[in-house]
Design a protein around this ligand. Structure first.
Ligand code: CO
Length: 472
């Protein structure tokens, strides 16, 4: 009998980031996370994803929490487990490209406050928009021996052949296939992983969502084809628009060469901890049971679920629901015209809205949105495939187009950290505050005001204690 080589698959647990971002609009507060950290730290996860993506904005805006403080508390609790974050390339965690000095500072502070692995992606898969964040991570790794740059490519059906090699040459430590809509099918995943493994020795991690119902089969085939790490969520925050369930994947690979070795009893205790919170979220309506089912339209039309529901509500507003099919057919054509970008925020909205315009106005590109024009101008960076010249001539006739990366295309070439700090210095209590302000100027300022008010309240309470009027 041939000897079986053991190749345990790693699992990244997403319950503290993507799972609650996908199921409860990123509203899980730090106080729910902390009591279970000690147990989670014993599992032996490849990593726990706990920061970045929408968590930063949601903490400041809705939870009135300092995201940096959350990270430090999680770091304190996770003594043995690597912590991972999601980073939007030159946009960091915000909605515009930043100058390189802000990107560098953000990477440095993320690692200093506890992040080990930074997953970096760009909405157009323009690798130049990732390079500065990768360089900054590698710089810190050289200096301090900590930090890992993972480059994530948004999954589309096209152009995967030579990407793995390019990513390796950029200085990444690992590669992630980021299938945000759950479009990657099981057998296609096996082919893709096999092809990428032939090109690179870098570890490959697969990230998908359960939206279309195929995700755990996709993981099974990907693991058999040699993928190194899969992203899963503990069962109360799994499935639907979130990830496949951790316990299910662990059980699936038990006794095989891919056995994770994780303790199911421990995982059950973690699930038991989150289960009542899930119930609470369903009861309050924070978790909509609609997102827990299978959205098969995602597969039929190759369009992410979120984009379909946006489209339906836009058409309803225009009293044009009967044009649904026409718009669905127009989406791939618009996507082709603008260089086949992945359908991920914000390109999904840009393509979707333009498709609606094209159908409802009865003439393609009779009118274009400002964002669609910016996409054609090159302000988001370059698409991997070329754009349609006829469409460019019609929508932005005679305009100069940029071929630079997004920071240059939009004029963010000079250092801007000092200017940002000068604008907010009255609120600064820690260096990290400047970065919170850089990303969300208004939201961060509101938070700083709130924080100050809380501080005053605490002081008043203290005064009361001194007067022995404070009930203990
Ligand atoms: Co995701």
């Amino acid at each position: 009998m041939a000897e079986i080589t053991k190749k345990p698959v790693g699992i990244m647990e997403t319950v503290l980031r993507d799972a609650h971002q996908s199921l409860i609009a990123t509203r899980m507060p730090t106080e729910i996370m902390l009591p279970i950290v000690e147990k989670m730290d014993k599992v032996g996860y490849h990593a726990v994803e706990c920061w970045g993506g929408a968590t930063f904005d949601a903490s400041l805006r809705f939870l009135k929490e300092d995201p940096w403080e959350r990270l430090r508390k999680l770091r304190d609790g996770f003594k043995n487990t690597k912590l991972q974050m999601l980073f939007r390339g030159q946009n960091i965690l915000g909605y515009r490209p930043y100058a390189d000095d802000v990107v560098d500072a953000f990477v440095e502070k993320s690692i200093a406050n506890g992040i080990d692995i930074i997953r970096i992606f760009d909405c157009l898969n323009d690798l130049r928009n990732l390079q500065e964040a990768v360089n900054a991570t590698n710089e810190i790794k050289k200096r301090e021996g900590r930090g890992h740059a993972q480059i994530a490519l948004s999954y589309t059906l096209e152009y995967w052949a030579d990407m793995a090699k390019k990513i390796e040459e950029m200085g990444a430590d690992s590669i992630c296939i980021k299938d945000m809509a759950g479009l990657l099918l099981p057998y296609r995943a096996a082919e893709l992983i096999k092809a990428m493994k032939e090109q690179t020795n870098l570890p490959i991690q697969l990230h998908t969502h359960y939206t279309s119902g195929v995700a755990s089969m996709t993981y099974l085939k990907a693991v058999e084809a040699g993928v190194d790490v899969i992203d899963c969520a503990i069962s109360p925050f799994a499935l639907g628009t979130s990830q496949p369930a951790t316990e299910v994947m662990v059980e699936t690979f038990k006794g095989t060469p891919y056995d994770t070795g994780y303790d199911q009893t421990l995982l059950a205790e973690i699930a038991d901890y989150f289960a009542p919170y899930r119930d609470e979220c369903i009861k309050s309506g924070l978790m909509n049971t609609k997102v827990l089912g299978v959205n098969i339209k995602t597969l039929l039309y190759q369009v992410p679920g979120g984009m379909l529901s946006n489209m339906v509500s836009q058409l309803k507003e225009q009293k044009a629901e009967n044009r649904y099919r026409d718009v669905l057919e127009e989406i791939p054509r618009v996507r082709k015209d603008c260089g086949e970008p992945p359908l991920v925020t914000p390109s999904s909205q840009i393509v979707g809205t333009q498709a609606i315009f094209n159908v409802l106005l009865g003439e393609r590109y009779k009118m274009a949105t400002g964002e669609f024009k910016d996409l054609l101008r090159g302000n988001y960076g370059q698409t991997v495939k070329p754009m349609n010249q006829e469409v460019i001539d019609k929508v932005i006739p005679g305009e100069k187009r940029s071929t630079a990366r997004s920071a240059e295309a939009t004029g963010h070439t000079e250092p801007e950290l000092a200017t940002l700090e000068a604008e907010m210095k009255e609120w600064k209590k820690q260096d990290e505050d400047v970065l919170s302000y850089a990303l969300f100027p208004q939201v961060a300022t509101d938070f700083f005001k709130y924080r100050e008010a809380q501080q005053t309240k605490v002081d008043a309470a203290k005064a009361d204690t001194e007067n022995k009027a404070y009930p203990v």
